[in-house]
Design a protein around this ligand. Structure first.
Ligand SMILES: O=c1[nH]c(=O)c2nc[nH]c2[nH]1
Length: 529
């Protein structure tokens, strides 16, 4: 990679551009032959190369500011599913000092399409249940009640593979429509449900990590694994899907109450034998759940220890929720390099509690932000940011000492930390930062275009594109408080456009959409459904 710092550093603009000359030369060769695997976009672009910290911009350190790369007029070059160049348009398009000079030639050969919003890496959802799509927004009261009343009945329907395939298609299209190009997903205990999901993700070229739920007690009999033979299903799924294209297998014991110690031990042994697998489960979401775990595992010193004792807490483990932890447990999670998926819409919806982000960060725990649909009330990660901000605000408001004074500080999420989290932060939590999370050359080309004028109110608040446009951090904050799927104007998966002008396209319609259009504004109208 060839990194060239710019001579002047306007606000946020940390580098003139990044390019990979070798890959760019290949892109040029392909473009010259009319191949459809090259696409160039031009417009505003924001991504993160590091953690921007917890401050608004005026209080950031130089290092925190350097974590943010913003180009008001960027060129993004994608080739064969990867980014090959990103940066200031003028610098990239006119620079002839690099040998060879493929970018300037490429721009002449294949003029970029102008986008009218803000390009960003695709969002990553680190914890979501695809079989719960059809029970989203079900009046659940609290976790255990909601599991018994809605979740387990819904999951039983996935014994039917045709139904699983139908839901998998809708689920992945919904994720994409909301700007999430990657996800870590729970299937059901039926191997066919995982097959359906992987197959649908592969068709879409998505990066998707998923697993079959392991359960052998405390759930309806039809959902329970039948002894150790069920592990054969996981082994078969691993053989069929793990590492294929952009897919990865995640061992998925649902949570301690629905697995016997023997099943958890078996999962730990499988993980040990294949340490490149991910692992996902739930931890300390709800106070009744904590009591239940203490009864079921009387010999374990706490809930986390149940997983630790069998080797299930490691650097590719995602524990969903982790609300009711003490500092010692947080420190143990940090030490193992595991991560917590903070799922704020779910925590509010199920009344589970207020996640303590400050303590998590203070103790060095990796965290991500996720939707947790169907416990979560939206697949939109902008909604997750809004709820995360609100949870952080409430954190200070709910604890008062005897004099009525706030005993805890509030922890409002900044827009910088929020958008970092949905992209590079979530990728880091899942140890995928070499593949997804930002738009440096070599990264997989998952890109979204956010539209700060998506609604009349957003347009009025952001004044995007007008002479008196508000500052970028204000625009980002407005998007996270007011935005929804309408604010996701475009979605590109591995360089192919899947959502354009707010409308999702079917696979066969995407061919050629991102390749060079003759005019900058309306190049693909003919391909719209
Ligand atoms: O939010 C949640 N959703 C689930 O499906 C689940 N299972 C155990 N614990 C859970 N929490």
């Amino acid at each position: 990679m060839n990194d060239r710092p710019s001579h002047e550093h306007p606000r946020h603009e940390q580098a003139a551009y990044h390019l990979d000359a070798g890959r760019l030369t290949q892109a040029l060769r392909d473009a010259a032959t009319g191949a459809e695997n090259v696409s160039l976009l031009r417009g505003a672009l924001l991504h993160f190369v590091n953690d921007p910290g917890e401050c608004m911009e005026s209080d950031m350190s130089a290092n925190e500011r350097a974590a943010i790369e913003y180009y008001p007029d960027a060129l993004l070059v994608m080739h064969a599913g990867h980014v090959v160049a990103v940066g200031n348009y003028q610098a990239l398009a006119s620079d002839r000092t690099v040998t060879p000079t493929p970018c300037a030639e490429l721009v002449c050969l294949s003029p970029p399409r102008k986008v009218s919003g803000l390009m960003m890496p695709g969002f990553i959802d680190t914890h979501v249940h695809f079989p719960q799509l059809d029970i989203i927004a079900s009046y659940g009261h609290c976790l255990i009640d909601w599991l018994n009343t809605y979740t387990f009945p819904a999951e039983q329907r996935f014994v039917d593979s045709a139904y699983a395939a139908e839901v998998a298609d809708v689920f992945l299209d919904e994720l994409l429509r909301h700007g999430s190009t990657s996800a870590q997903v729970f299937a059901t205990s039926h191997a066919g449900s995982a097959d359906a999901l992987f197959s649908a993700a592969r068709t879409r070229g998505m990066r998707l990590h998923a697993g079959r739920v392991m359960m052998d007690r405390n759930a309806p009999a039809s959902l329970l694994d039948k002894g150790p033979a069920a592990l054969k299903d996981d082994e078969r799924l691993i053989a069929d899907w793990h590492g294929r294209d952009r897919l990865g297998y995640v061992l998925t014991p649902r949570f301690a109450p629905t697995s016997t110690p023997a099943q958890l031990k078996a999962a730990g042994e499988l993980l040990k034998s294949q340490p490149d697998l991910h692992l996902q489960t739930h931890l300390a979401e709800n106070l009744d759940e904590l009591k239940w775990v203490a009864e079921l595992f009387p010999d374990s010193r706490d809930y986390l220890a149940v997983y630790e004792e069998v080797g299930l807490s490691h650097e590719r483990t995602t524990f969903a929720h982790g609300i009711h932890l003490d500092d010692a447990m947080r420190a143990r999670i940090a030490e193992r390099g595991a991560s917590i998926a903070f799922c704020p819409t779910s925590n509010l919806f199920l009344g589970s509690g207020l996640f303590d982000r400050d303590s998590a960060r203070r103790l060095g725990m990796n965290i991500s932000i996720a939707t947790d649909v169907g416990g979560g009330s939206s697949l939109c990660q902008l909604e997750s940011l809004k709820a995360a901000y609100q949870v952080g605000q409430l954190h200070g408001a709910v604890a008062h000492d005897a004099d009525g004074l706030a005993a805890r500080a509030n922890q409002p999420l900044t827009p910088w930390q929020g958008f970092y989290q949905l992209t590079l932060g979530n990728a880091r939590a899942m140890r995928l930062e070499d593949s997804i999370g930002n738009l440096r050359p070599g990264m997989e080309a998952d890109v979204i275009v956010l539209e700060p004028t998506a609604t009349p109110l957003l347009a009025r608040r952001t004044r995007w594109g007008q002479a008196d446009q508000v500052a970028l951090e204000e625009i980002l904050f407005a998007l996270m408080m007011l935005g929804d799927d309408r604010a996701i104007r475009e979605v590109h998966v591995a360089g192919r456009c899947r959502k354009y002008s707010g409308i999702l396209m079917a696979e066969h319609e995407t061919t050629g959409v991102t390749s060079t259009p003759p005019s900058s504004e309306s190049p693909v109208t003919a391909l719209m459904p």
